[in-house]
Design a binder for this molecule. Structure first.
Ligand code: CUA
Length: 166
C-alpha cells in the first residue's frame, strides 16, 4: 500500500504536535517548581482572629537571621498589613487568612498565588534574593471594592531594612 507523501508529512506533523503538547504540560507540572497550596496551614476561627496567637499579631516577624514570617489578614477591601518590607536574601513564609469572605493573593512577577479562605490558613514560602518592589492584588471577586484590594512588598537591601513590626 502506498501512502501519499503529503499524508506522511501531515501525519508526522500532527504526531509532533501531540508530543509537543505532552512535553509542555509535563514541563509546566514538574519542571518549573510549581507547588500547590495545601491545607498544612491548618484552620482558625475567623470570628476571633484578634485573640489568635498568629493573627492577633499581623505583620513581619523574625524566625532567624534569614527567615521571616508575615501574618496577614484579608478583609474587604484590604490586606492587613498592606505594606510589607523585608530584607533581601531572606526566606519569607506567608500565613494568610480571611475574616469575612474568600479573597485571593497574587504577588505580581512571581508564582506566589493562593486563595484566602475564612477559617483556613494559607501558608506559602518564598525566597527573595534581590531588592525589588512587588505589588500584590486580590484576585477573587470579594465585593464592590475588590478592584482596590492591593498592597506592596518591598524587598530592600539588608542595611536599609527598618526591622520587624512590633
Ligand atoms: Cu478581596 Cu477581591
Amino acid at each position: 500500500m502506498e501512502i501519499h507523501r503529503y499524508e506522511t508529512i501531515w501525519f508526522a506533523a500532527s504526531l509532533l504536535l501531540i508530543v509537543g503538547f505532552i512535553g509542555t504540560i509535563t514541563y509546566g507540572a514538574v519542571g518549573v517548581g510549581v507547588e500547590m497550596v495545601d491545607d498544612s496551614g491548618g484552620t482558625v476561627d475567623p470570628d476571633n482572629l484578634g485573640s489568635h496567637e498568629r493573627f492577633g499579631d499581623t505583620g513581619v516577624h523574625k524566625v532567624n537571621e534569614s527567615h521571616y514570617e508575615v501574618n496577614m489578614i484579608a478583609v474587604h477591601p484590604s490586606f492587613i498589613p498592606s505594606e510589607i518590607e523585608i530584607p533581601a536574601g531572606s526566606t519569607v513564609t506567608f500565613y494568610m487568612t480571611a475574616s469575612d469572605v474568600t479573597h485571593g493573593f497574587k504577588l505580581v512577577d512571581s508564582n506566589l498565588n493562593t486563595m484566602i479562605i475564612p477559617g483556613q490558613v494559607s501558608e506559602i514560602t518564598a525566597e527573595f534574593d534581590e531588592p525589588g518592589e512587588y505589588g500584590f492584588v486580590c484576585h477573587e471577586y470579594c465585593g464592590s471594592l475588590h478592584h482596590e484590594m492591593a498592597g506592596n512588598l518591598s524587598v530592600v537591601p539588608e542595611d536599609e531594612w527598618g526591622g520587624v513590626d512590633s
